[in-house]
Design a protein around this ligand. Sequence first.
Ligand SMILES: C[S@@+](CC[C@H](N)C(=O)[O-])C[C@H]1O[C@@H](n2cnc3c(N)ncnc32)[C@H](O)[C@@H]1O
Length: 138
Amino acid sequence: MVESALMNGDCLTHLAALPDGCADLVFADPPFNIGYRYDVYRDHLAEADYLAWARRWIEQCVRVLSPTGAMFVAIGDEYAAEYKVRLDQAGLYLRNWLIWHYAFGPHQKKKFGRDHAHILYYTSHRERFTFNADAIRV
Ligand SMILES: C[S@@+](CC[C@H](N)C(=O)[O-])C[C@H]1O[C@@H](n2cnc3c(N)ncnc32)[C@H](O)[C@@H]1O
């Protein structure tokens, strides 16, 4: 049976309440830490604090990920490499480093526009995982 629930609140609090290996899929879209103006969140932590926090939620996500599960992390240019290193160190297997190209966002006057984000696609196991190719075929 598939159970689902929407939990609104701090990710570390909610993740800590979940049992090991309960998630077949994790999709994380964390703050990029580039000074976006959110309503309740300050998106400009000191780099060390941001990465220490990232390590904590990555650890929790890996703990709840099932042995055949998949994890996606969406992130901007500034920290993509840092996340890649940490997800490798967490023992996951990189399947794709995807670039999401989008056609929205503010125009820039002094540099090129930001028209993409990185999506790091990892699995718990090197060979045993679900990939629904037909469902995403273009
Ligand atoms: C890049 S945005 C993702 C937006 C989301 N994908 C959406 O479409 O609404 C990062 C989000 O993480 C939230 N956030 C920041 N710290 C958090 C935390 N400790 N636990 C849960 N969410 C958090 C922010 O409020 C922000 O909405």
